[in-house]
Design a protein around this ligand. Structure first.
Ligand SMILES: CC(C)(COP(=O)(O)OP(=O)(O)OC[C@H]1O[C@@H](n2cnc3c(N)ncnc32)[C@H](O)[C@@H]1O)[C@@H](O)C(=O)NCCC(=O)NCCS
Ligand SMILES: Nc1ncnc2c1ncn2[C@@H]1O[C@H](COP(=O)(O)OP(=O)(O)OP(=O)(O)O)[C@@H](O)[C@H]1O
Length: 201
């Protein structure tokens, strides 16, 4: 039996950090952000729809999507964000499902789906258990500003474009608290995996 874990959290809460820990343990992680990048490559259906809706202003000179420009637009306008989600998400789900089915066919014990918008997009049905990477709001803001070189206002716009992390915490099956050190986070993950081993064996 394969346990399908949905890894989620707020922006910059530490999903990729935890995802890398899973990978180091030899567990496959299917990353929605990576699949979303592939879905908007030149020639893909979503690419054409983005150009039609948002115009050529969101393109780089080489015609690829200018991600920072598109981000500036959608993180400050909920109607445009919803439109982008409608364009990109169906293909992201299709790509993730294909990889998930491959992991199940191979007989992997655990496969992880890293989906930032798991709750916002109603994707709980895609996984067996939801694992939330939690951080307090001030830590989240600080880490986001530092990692993406954003002003406080820009970072807050991104945080506020998602379901509040406190609400996500109530909906999750398991929570890893990532306020502390990376080592502490890893310890919590190892304990969780030991629990799950009894489920998958
Ligand atoms: C807006 C875009 C161009 C910004 O690209 P950029 O390279 O700056 O960021 P990246 O893709 O690495 O996303 C970083 C984080 O932003 C958050 N985020 C991204 N898209 C959204 C969204 N539509 N709504 C809320 N939060 C989002 C997530 O927490 C994500 O982990 C890009 O995020 C995008 O195409 N988003 C739409 C697809 C999507 O929803 N992706 C998220 C998972 S499916
Ligand atoms: N426990 C920690 N201590 C200090 N810094 C951390 C810790 N966990 C993560 N970080 C840093 O915080 C930032 C956000 O972490 P990460 O990229 O893993 O978040 P994410 O949830 O994957 O973000 P996104 O939603 O944008 O994909 C990174 O710069 C990372 O190095």
């Amino acid at each position: 039996m394969t346990l399908v874990v949905g890894l989620t959290g707020g922006i910059a809460s530490g999903k990729s950090t935890v995802a890398n820990m899973f990978k180091e343990m030899g567990i496959e992680v299917i990353d929605a952000d990576i699949e979303a990048r592939k879905a908007v490559e030149i020639g893909e259906v979503a690419y054409e729809q983005i150009v039609t809706y948002f115009g050529e202003d969101v393109l780089n000179d080489d015609h690829t999507i200018n991600r920072s420009r598109l981000g500036e637009i959608i993180f400050n306008d909920s109607a445009k964000r919803q439109k982008l989600n409608e364009i990109v998400h169906p293909d992201v789900r299709r790509r993730m499902n294909e990889k998930k089915e491959a992991a199940i066919s191979r007989g992997d014990q655990v496969v992880v789906l890293d989906i930032p918008l798991l709750f916002e997009s109603g994707l709980k049905h895609m996984v067996d258990v939801v694992l939330l990477v939690y951080v307090e709001k001030d830590v989240q803001l600080q880490r986001l500003m530092e990692r993406n070189q954003l002003t406080k206002q820009e970072a807050l716009a991104r945080i506020q474009s998602q379901m509040p992390i406190e609400d996500k915490r109530k909906l999750a099956d398991k929570v890893i608290n990532n306020n502390g050190s990376i080592d502490n986070t890893k310890k919590q993950l190892i304990e969780l995996l030991a629990d799950w081993k009894t489920i998958t064996n």
